[in-house]
Each structure stands twice: as structure tokens, then as C-alpha cells.
Write a protein that binds this ligand. Structure first.
Ligand code: ADP
Ligand code: MG
Length: 227
């Protein structure tokens, strides 16, 4: 139990820290990228100089990626809590992810129940769902495609969001590391997506169940208390 309390305190500190950091960093990143892009159009530049600029832009893009996994921390806690319909956020985020799914030959199936409303922060939930969909799609990338099934329902006073993929899956050891800061098995991974997911659901006093079979796929279940 003590371990759980510590874990939840740690998540709160991390999210507050990230709130200020991501806000302050986004603007300078955008401005710097813009100027570098302008510079790269210069006609008096050598190939070598052009190469330096290209590298700098790539590094900035990576920094931007880290910030965007954190985007939803950008506003102070609970300030944006509203009573809203989770099905609508599910539908909205599913549409956003479709082009990404298409690139990797992932078929998306989604099932919405009608009107499942509770109090939550819409930006955070949307980011959280997108992080989960992205992971699911990326897990099917090396299998050359697959199926992403998204489902929402109500069960015993909780709204349950199920996200199922037919990707590479995780073994016990990998599962136990899920949500630890910077844990990533991807070359370009930030290892911040799942941290954000756990932190968001934690704030809503919900919980997350994960079932996974190496080589076969993964099922995430988010339980969010209904208002
Ligand atoms: P990132 O996606 O940047 O690697 P995340 O925090 O989003 O960071 O995920 C951490 C790690 O958890 C991933 O690198 C991957 O190994 C594992 N993971 C997360 N979701 C899945 C999934 N649906 N299927 C298989 N592995 C997953
Ligand atoms: Mg991720």
C-alpha cells in the first residue's frame, strides 16, 4: 500500500513539473525551427552547413516529440475538469488516429455506447487515448499490420475503455516496466507516453488493467469512475 501511495505522489510531482516545462519549451522550439528552416533556404550555404542545419532540425523535432507526449500536462491539474461524454472523446481521437493506422496497415474498429458521461479533463483524456492508440499501432508495425479494437462501456459504476491490439505483446518483465519514466523499447521512443497515461487515470482515481501475450497482442482496460 505504501508503495502505491509513493507511486501516486511521484506521479503528481512529475506531472506538475512537466506542466511548466512543456509550456515554456514549446514556443522556443517552434521559433528556432522556423528560423533554421529560413536559414536552410539561403543560397550561399555550403553542403556541410546545410547538413548541420538538417541535424539541428531533426534534434528539435525529437525534443518536440517529447513535449507532445507531455502536452496534456500543460495545464494545471483539475482546472479543466468538466462533465462530458467520454464516448465523444473516444470517437474524436479514433478519427485523429486513422491516418496513422492506415500508414501501418492497421484496421481500426470502434464501438461506442451512448452517452457515458463523467468528470474529467478532456485534453488529458484525449492525449492519453492517443498515446495508447499510437502504442497499439506501433506494436503492429513490425507485424506488417493488424487490428485495433476500441470499445467503451459501463460496468459496475465505472466507465470501461478497452483498447485491444494484435501487436507484438509484452512478457511479464516488460509489463512490469510499463509506465516507468523513459522506459522504451523503440529506437525513437520517449518512454513518456505510458507515464502520462498512468498519471491521467490516477488523477481520475481510476485504474488500468493490462493483459498481454508475447507475440499475440495486448488489451488495455481503463476503469474510470462514473460521476
Ligand atoms: P514509447 O512509445 O515512446 O516507447 P511509451 O511510454 O508509450 O513509450 O511505451 C513504453 C513501452 O511500452 C514501449 O516502448 C513498448 O515497449 C511498450 N508498450 C506500450 N504499449 C504497448 C503495446 N500496445 N504493445 C506492446 N508494447 C507496448
Ligand atoms: Mg508511446
Amino acid at each position: 500500500y505504501r508503495d502505491r501511495v509513493l507511486q501516486s505522489e511521484r506521479l503528481n510531482v512529475v506531472s506538475e513539473l512537466a506542466a511548466s516545462v512543456s509550456h515554456e519549451i514549446r514556443n522556443p522550439l517552434t521559433v528556432t525551427s522556423g528560423f533554421l528552416q529560413l536559414l536552410s533556404k539561403s543560397e550561399t550555404m555550403t553542403e556541410k552547413e546545410r547538413g548541420y542545419i538538417k541535424l539541428s532540425l531533426e534534434e528539435l523535432k525529437r525534443a518536440e516529440k517529447i513535449v507532445s507526449d507531455y502536452l496534456s500536462f500543460a495545464k494545471p491539474q483539475s482546472q479543466n475538469m468538466v462533465y462530458a461524454d467520454l464516448s465523444e472523446d473516444l470517437e474524436y481521437t479514433t478519427n485523429i488516429i486513422l491516418p496513422y493506422a492506415m500508414i501501418y496497415d492497421v484496421e481500426v474498429e470502434s464501438y461506442y455506447d451512448n452517452s457515458l458521461s463523467t468528470n474529467y479533463d478532456q485534453h488529458q483524456i484525449q492525449q492519453c487515448l492517443i498515446n495508447l492508440y499510437k502504442n497499439a499501432i506501433e506494436s503492429m508495425k513490425e507485424k506488417g499490420g493488424g487490428k485495433l479494437i476500441i470499445h467503451i462501456s459501463e460496468h459496475k459504476g465505472s466507465i470501461v475503455i478497452r483498447i485491444e491490439d494484435t501487436g507484438v505483446g509484452m512478457d511479464k518483465e516488460e509489463l512490469s516496466r510499463l509506465g516507468k519514466p523513459y522506459y522504451s523499447t523503440k529506437q525513437e521512443g520517449t518512454g513518456l507516453g505510458m507515464l502520462m497515461v498512468y498519471s491521467t487515470i490516477n488523477k481520475l482515481k481510476g485504474r488500468i488493467e493490462v493483459d498481454s501475450k508475447k507475440g499475440q497482442g495486448t488489451v488495455f482496460r481503463l476503469f474510470i469512475p462514473a460521476a
